[in-house]
Design a protein around this ligand. Structure first.
Ligand SMILES: Nc1ncnc2c1ncn2[C@@H]1O[C@H](COP(=O)(O)OP(=O)(O)O)[C@@H](O)[C@H]1O
Ligand SMILES: [Mg+2]
Length: 225
């Protein structure tokens, strides 16, 4: 691999991520804990990149992978801004775009995202582009819907219910009702609440009770296969 100048280190949790430069072009360099992790993410990103919904792999060596830099807005920031200003249209657009990204994942891999963190998506030219594929694994699409709903509730900039337009829209994109995912949402909320830095002002049992009144229909499992 050629040498690259580090411009900055980006906030990350599971690997080291740098914005780098070489011959006037900007890239993302990821340093993984192992060559296996590097191989896994590189494989998935490479597959999805064919659709324009993931960064292209430029170069790699051992536990280092160089990716295309996706210039755009951080999904989490756009989401927080929309909830802060009660911008229903933006919230609905984000939900629709996220669901399109997820459908691409399901069509091009036999896996699901598993843990949805809005910081792993860049909004670019009207698309939600994924940049972190390390947690992708076997599972069911409804798990992703539940994970996204839990993340939305915990990261709403105002009250947790300010993000309901996002939640409603995401469910409707998947032709699901809240009842179909409520147990999974609850499990994900509990998981997140126990993590460092999670907001502590939410009573999860009360929140879940509120969500149950969202709608009362049951699951149509055929829609999830
Ligand atoms: N190809 C890319 N283009 C633009 N930004 C990126 C790219 N890859 C990663 N990032 C940014 O770097 C952050 C950390 O990278 P990520 O792969 O998510 O690390 P971690 O697994 O530690 O969460 C992301 O949240 C995103 O903001
Ligand atoms: Mg990440």
């Amino acid at each position: 691999m050629r040498s690259y100048n580090i411009i900055s280190a980006l906030p990350s949790n599971f690997k080291k991520v740098y914005k780098v430069e070489s011959q006037g072009a900007v890239y993302i360099l990821k340093e993984y804990e192992s060559a296996e992790d590097a191989e896994k993410e590189m494989q998935i990103a490479g597959q999805i990149a064919l659709t324009g919904y993931a960064p292209k792999v430029i170069d790699h060596q051992d536990n280092l992978v160089l990716y295309e830099y996706i210039e755009g807005e951080n999904f989490c920031e756009v989401f927080r801004q929309a909830t802060m200003t009660d911008d229903v249209e933006s919230m609905e657009l984000l939900a629709t775009r996220l669901s399109i990204f997820l459908q691409i994942i399901y069509s091009f891999t036999d896996k699901v995202v598993k843990v949805i963190d809005f910081n792993n998506y860049v909004v670019k030219d009207g698309r939600v582009v994924g940049v972190d594929f390390l947690k992708i694994d076997e599972g069911m699409p409804y798990e992703d819907v539940a994970s996204a709903i839990a993340f939305a509730l915990m990261n709403s900039a105002g009250q947790y219910y300010d993000c309901y337009p996002f939640v409603y829209k995401l469910l409707s994109c998947f032709k699901l009702e809240m009842m179909d995912v409520i147990n999974e949402v609850k499990a994900r909320l509990k998981q997140r609440a126990s993590q460092i830095g999670a907001r502590s002002d939410i009573d999860i049992d009360m929140l879940v009770d509120g969500l149950v009144d969202f709608d009362k229909k049951g699951v149509d499992w055929r829609k999830l296969i």
